[in-house]
Design a protein around this ligand. Structure first.
Ligand code: ZN
Length: 165
């Protein structure tokens, strides 16, 4: 397995609609394993293909119950709404409140090409929706209210301290 370089906001691949995977094969399964390793190395809880420069409909998530690898994911049912704070490995140090579906049902294929179905709520539901958005070229900052730039806050704070001196 290998840790792959991440793509950051401003790169075109993050705004492209990713292509559907026609066939799940060995190289794709290896790529999904590399994505899991990359996600863990970056302390992330989700990673989508475009974030490693691969414009294909693939994602990995781990919301605390172990890694899930999903190919051609689609939300087939949803219920309720929830607000939560989100960040993104491709947009370092920026956070914001995003409204999402509360409960979702996601269908797709696993790394063996077999159909799988996940009923998700809470954090797992949010991560799935965030990563599926990546496959459509959408970033959480498009949806977020009250964006917080942690680095800007730190800079402002440092400037204030300098002024006080
Ligand atoms: Zn993201």
């Amino acid at each position: 397995m290998a840790v792959l370089p991440l793509k950051y906001v401003g790169e075109a691949v993050l705004r492209r609609k990713a292509d559907k995977v026609a066939q799940v094969d060995k190289p794709l399964a290896r790529l999904l394993d590399d994505m899991v390793e990359t996600m863990y190395a970056a302390n992330g809880i989700g990673l989508a293909g475009p974030q490693i420069g691969v414009s294909r409909r693939i994602l990995v998530v781990d919301a605390g119950d172990g890694p899930i690898q999903l190919v051609n994911p689609r939300i087939v049912d949803h219920k309720g709404r929830q607000m939560g704070t989100e960040g993104c490995l491709s947009i370092p140090a920026v956070y914001g409140e995003v409204e999402r579906w509360k409960e979702i049902v996601v269908k797709g294929l696993n790394a063996e090409g077999e159909p799988v179905i996940y009923e998700a709520d809470g954090l797992l539901s949010v991560v799935f929706q965030h990563e599926i958005d990546h496959l459509d070229g959408r970033l959480f900052t498009d949806l977020a209210v009250g964006l917080i730039d942690a680095e800007a806050i730190e800079r402002d704070h440092e400037e204030e301290e300098e002024e006080e001196e």
